[in-house]
Design a protein around this ligand. Structure first.
Ligand SMILES: [Zn+2]
Ligand SMILES: [Zn+2]
Length: 374
């Protein structure tokens, strides 16, 4: 797919995976945008985090990169002709380490304001893993048990501890409410990959964070159940977890970008450049991701077939083309759980207390998705 910008110049060519690439983009109906690819601290399958900077009621930066990578962003900004101290605000697309990790350092160096969704603000003091480990169902208890058994929980690292500490201490100057407007930019809540995920639409461009990516389909969350102590502190309007977590939630948020159509250029947080080529995408990419999940749901039903099957067997059969070990196994299992949960909601699967998954004989999921998103 080609891009539909007025101009796109490579200010600095980077590595084959995009590391340290700097672009100057002139959209047809939006201000000039500089894209700076911030390398990851260690190896990452998803590759560098793309940060974007443009003028909109003050110099606005979207995402800053992983904890420990601020020097990379800082250097990229000066190569692109900016002074970090001129940044008015940084907007966090969502609370994952490769997006908000270096925000604290950025604020120390620049005094920029920090903007993030209200849910981010309310949950920032908790490690996101605390919420996911509070199992929301017997299937998720099994997910935790198998993760433990197969040594698939990520090992605690000092990098991670320092990140969580920095995130807890971060002042959010502007907790964003749904559909807020700032200058020419609309801030859209798009939960599913993360409960606090934001998309920013400016003219004919949308910044999607990890909500819509080229090449890879972002991980949907599993459903969640807030632990009591977290729930007690959350405002009433955020207490219904199903509104912020799970595959059905993710599909609804994909519909928002899909509706923007082919005329809206998507600027994603990863994989914009990879294996020596650009991956230009537009709103239709969200439709492709919806379709991918539709196919995966059918595949899960077919794989369960006419027997009762446990979570590990089901996961290994669905992902039989991959080597599933450690955190890869856990990620594949999470993907499986997210799909089984939607198929329970559509009435096509049931999960026993053992827990084992079995088909009910119905095939409602396409209809269910249609009702969800049309
Ligand atoms: Zn993410
Ligand atoms: Zn990411």
């Amino acid at each position: 797919m080609d891009h539909n910008f007025k101009e796109l110049d490579v200010i600095r060519a980077g590595a084959s995976n995009g590391d340290r690439t700097i672009l100057r983009i002139v959209p047809r109906h939006a201000p000039v945008i500089h894209a700076i690819s911030v390398p990851r601290v260690g190896f990452s399958y998803t590759g560098p985090t793309w940060a974007y900077i443009f003028e909109n009621e003050g110099l606005t930066l979207i995402d800053s990169g992983e904890f420990g990578s601020f020097h990379e962003l800082d250097e990229g900004l000066s190569q692109a002709g900016f002074r970090a101290s001129d940044i008015q605000r940084v907007i966090i697309t969502h609370g994952h380490e490769d997006h908000d990790g270096s925000v604290a350092e950025l604020v120390d160096a620049t005094g920029a304001e920090v903007w993030a969704h209200e849910i981010y603000y309310h949950l920032q003091e908790y490690d996101p893993r605390t919420i996911f480990r509070a199992a929301a169902s017997p299937l998720q208890e099994e997910f935790n048990r198998l993760s433990e058994l197969r040594d698939a929980f990520p090992a605690p690292t000092e990098q991670r501890e320092r990140y969580i500490h920095a995130r807890q201490g971060l002042t959010i100057h502007h907790p964003i409410r749904p559909n807020e407007q700032v200058g020419d930019m609309t801030l859209i809540h798009a939960p599913g990959h993360s409960p606090d995920e934001l998309c920013m639409k400016v003219g004919d461009v949308v910044f999607t964070g990890d909500h819509v990516l080229p090449e890879i389909s972002p991980h949907p969350t599993m459903k969640a159940a807030f632990p009591d102590e977290i729930r007690a502190k959350l405002p009433q309007q955020y207490q219904a977890e199903d509104d912020w977590y799970g595959l059905a939630t993710y599909l609804k948020s994909l519909k928002i970008v899909s509706d923007m159509g082919g005329d809206t250029q998507v600027l994603p947080a990863h994989r914009y450049f990879n294996r020596d080529k650009f991956n230009f995408i537009n709103g239709t990419r969200a439709r492709d991701i919806i379709e991918h999940h539709g196919e995966r749901l059918g595949q899960v039903l077919d794989t369960v077939g006419s027997r009762a099957i446990g979570l590990e067997d089901l996961t290994r059969q669905i992902f039989s083309h991959r080597t599933l070990e450690g955190t890869n196994f856990r990620a594949a299992m999470a993907e499986t759980v997210a799909h089984v949960e939607l198929l329970e909601d559509s009435g096509d699967l049931e999960v026993s207390d053992r827990p084992e998954v079995r088909c009910t004989g119905s095939n409602n999921y396409r209809q269910f998705i249609h009702q969800l998103i049309g």
